[in-house]
Design a protein around this ligand. Structure first.
Ligand code: 9MR
Ligand code: 9MR
Ligand code: ZN
Length: 548
């Protein structure tokens, strides 16, 4: 990591050990809940406290001085957590440093930082977490004094039995494991790679300044693109000769909690789905643009593969799910209209060819609302709309562009309103499997809206998504392993579960409580609320990249 951050992190850790206890810290009851990673100096800073609402102070960790005093506003009823909550606003405090927030009637917050570079190290850790997810390679990292490593795994991927090939294998090594399980699913790769490539397109120059702690390999590629290439190299192996794309590489049933290199159960290509083909076309068309300046021939290969998948879809216009009989692992089954829309948008942007543009515009007009406020692996329409909206090419239908733009702003305004109405400034209404990823996904829409019609609330709401995930939430805890205060220690992650005495592998966002936020438990067996997944880390990486 360049500069500053190296100095501030050890200081923060030290301060935890040395800080004297004050009265407010001794108090029992709920703790002050805020972003335990920290805040940007020039941006809003708020904490949530339990009622009754009284005076609060921000205290410097280095000398114990009160640097800011205020009175918390509220109380206001927060319905989804069933609490009366107060808000302490200390936005006016802009001096970099390490602080605690103390309030009458609550336990003091954990120390947090105010600093321009406060999200750099978390960005690097969350990106490194993708590297640590690599299948088919030995990986290693050090975090907080603990070493994490595994040997090359799943080097036999994968058998062709279910796709008409008998008991033979065809190379499908590489890529990332999906989540807490070790299988590899093209549809979930779609939203993940799509979001990471958007981050590169929008924040590439800032990302390039960060040197994550990942062993360097390709001198031509920044670690961020090298990481994406690890996945696209695998994706290229998932295409069948007719252009269609196999849905997943998987064991028949979920395997036990052992290290990946110890898992020797047979893994198989499963039959194709049209959603996989469409996501494949979108990812590889977009990747072709990203790789072109660094690896021309590779970019051309990606684009050719994307075109073949698109041509296959043209010839097969019906949405067709994969036949997954025989498999009980992740389904990721979804209708393909949003995926096809996204594929057309990326192919248009990469090639400028009219057939892709007209396909996109015809499809886009069939969508009533152009953006989904709440989206994820099963709904990638937003990625298509954003590619179209930010297209650098001439020839788009001006009326449709206006419609897409208006819909984006409306959607972003609704997200801001949801945040405004929530006691922990959460920019998402629903709770579901992986909703923490949904919170992070809101950031893509907020940043896009700010790009076309700058508004402070869009930026602040995007930051509130991060603040929520790092501790301004019901639990007052970070939801990302290895980062912030009291992060999850027992994620549903087979690598971590295989070493129960050690800290969990770092940099991973857990799914989060549902149907109620209070349903979150830091329990490795509870994969419904405490698993990790590539499609939740990608928007976390995007959100952190936005504030580097
Ligand atoms: O461990 C599996 C996890 O990675 C999946 O997300 C989850 C949902 O499909 O399933 C987990 O596996 C469980 C299986 O579905 C039912 N038997 C117990 C398994 C837990 O290890
Ligand atoms: O994120 C997925 C969620 O939307 C589904 O409801 C759930 C059950 O099908 O599966 C989740 O994805 C899991 C996948 O099936 C297997 N790998 C782990 C994923 C995260 O839990
Ligand atoms: Zn593997």
């Amino acid at each position: 990591m360049p500069n500053k951050k190296n100095l501030t992190l050890p200081f923060l850790c030290l301060s935890l050990v040395l800080a004297p206890l004050t009265d407010a810290q001794d108090a029992t009851g709920p703790r002050v809940r805020l972003d335990t990673v920290g805040y940007l100096p020039g941006r809003d800073k708020r904490a949530t406290l339990p009622a009754p609402c009284g005076d609060f102070r921000v205290v410097s960790e280095s000398n114990g001085r009160v640097v800011f005093k205020g009175r918390a506003s509220g109380p206001r009823r927060n319905r989804d957590t069933d609490e009366d909550l107060c808000v302490a606003d200390f936005s006016a405090l802009k001096t970099p440093g390490v602080y605690r927030l103390e309030a009458d009637g609550a336990r003091a917050s954990h120390p947090f930082e105010i600093d321009d570079y406060v999200y750099r190290s978390p960005f690097a850790v969350a990106l490194r977490a993708m590297y640590l997810w690599r299948c088919g390679a030995a990986v290693r990292a050090e975090h907080g004094g603990t070493f994490f490593s595994h040997d090359a795994c799943h080097t036999e991927d994968a058998r062709l039995d279910f796709v008409g090939g008998g008991a033979q294998t065809r190379d499908a090594t590489g890529g990332w494991h999906d989540a807490g399980d070790y299988n590899k699913y093209v549809v979930n790769a779609g939203v993940t790679v799509g979001i990471m490539l958007r981050a590169w397109e929008e924040f590439g120059p800032r990302i390039r300044k960060v040197k994550p702690d990942i062993p360097p390999e390709d001198p031509l590629l920044h670690a961020f693109l090298a990481e994406i290439k690890w996945e696209t190299d695998w994706l290229l192996k998932m295409q069948a000769p007719d252009g269609s794309v196999y849905h997943k590489v998987s064991t028949e049933d979920f395997g036990p909690a052992i290290m990946p290199e110890e898992e020797k159960t047979a893994r198989f290509f499963t039959p194709q789905s049209t959603a996989a083909a469409a996501d494949f076309a979108a990812m590889l068309a977009s990747a072709a643009r990203a790789f072109k300046p660094f690896h021309g021939p590779y970019a051309a290969r990606c684009l050719a593969a994307a075109r073949r998948a698109y041509d296959f879809l043209k010839a097969n216009p019906q949405s067709k799910r994969a036949d997954l009989s025989g498999f009980t692992t992740g389904p990721y089954q979804t209708d393909d209209s949003d995926d096809r829309l996204w594929a057309a948008a990326e192919l248009w942007e990469t090639t400028g060819e009219a057939r892709y543009l007209s396909d996109f515009e015809t499809r886009a007009s069939t969508f009533q609302s152009k953006f989904s406020q709440d989206w994820g692996w099963g709904d990638v329409k937003n990625l298509g709309m954003l590619a179209y909206l930010f297209s650098k090419r001439a020839g788009r239908d001006a009326r449709l562009v206006r419609g897409v733009r208006a819909s984006l702003l409306e959607t972003a305004d609704r997200i801001v309103a949801v945040r405004d109405g929530h006691g922990y400034a959460r920019p998402l209404t629903r709770y579901y499997w992986g909703a923490n990823g949904g919170v992070a996904n809101a950031v893509l829409l907020l940043r896009a809206a700010d790009r076309i019609a700058p508004r402070r609330a869009y930026v602040e709401t995007a930051l509130d998504a991060l603040h929520h995930l790092f501790g301004r939430n019901l639990h007052g805890r970070s939801y990302v392993t290895g980062l912030g205060f009291d992060p999850p220690r027992h994620p549903h992650d087979r690598r971590s579960m295989a070493r129960p005495g050690s800290p969990p592998w770092p940099g991973y966002l857990v799914g989060g409580g549902w149907p109620k936020p209070s349903d979150w438990v830091d329990d490795a067996d509870n994969y419904r609320v405490n698993e990790i997944a590539i499609n939740w880390n990608a928007p976390l990486i995007y959100a952190l990249a936005a504030f580097l």
